[in-house]
Design a protein around this ligand. Sequence first.
Ligand code: C5P
Length: 215
Amino acid sequence: MIVTIDGPAGAGKSSISRRLADELGFEFLDTGAMYRAVALMGLRAKIDWDDTDRLVEFAKSATIDLSGRAVILDGEDVSHEIRSQEVTQVTRYAASNVGVREELVRLQREFAEGKDVVTEGRDQGTLVFPHAECKIFLTASPEERARRRVGDLARRGETVDFEDILQQQAKRDEEDTQREVGPLLKAEDAVEVMTDGMSEVEVLQKLVGIVQRYQ
Ligand code: C5P
């Protein structure tokens, strides 16, 4: 069974999706981590971001292991580094690159082959797994999402301004929804869950209930 969870940045998808996968005994696929890992490779190699072919080469040559709790890029644990502000800012170059998307979508389908999976991203229910048994669109208001992001970064020791985060988020939302390839879109058959004012446990319970309807 495939459960897709799509939605905008900061809707709390990653932590909730992982907990949902644990609860159901399913594998978990964090597709944002894959785009982040490719962007990190570009950042480390100090590439010219206009050099789109170079990023495709990175995506093709990388070994990204998402089978455990950590994100392992070519044998190195980059779980923490890929969530930094610096990587977040440049991930758009990987996400808007047609060749990178083709390669990562191929890897995502390969990962899910023959397994029960909760997969999280922007295009999972629309493009990557259009025949998924259960599709969820997880969202929250821009202010609530920015508040959560500020909290996440504070826990990492990064101090940021709320208004700056709100602005960056609006830019990311626009890029995510306007992108020509794999844009953020609610699948027609997805169940929308608006999480404003809900605790993580409440959201989790709600999602478990939704998945059970399709099992
Ligand atoms: O979900 P997360 O914030 O980790 O995603 C990082 C970036 O990767 C997002 O801003 C989005 O542009 C991109 N992404 C994507 N397609 C996915 C998952 C993430 O384009 N399936």
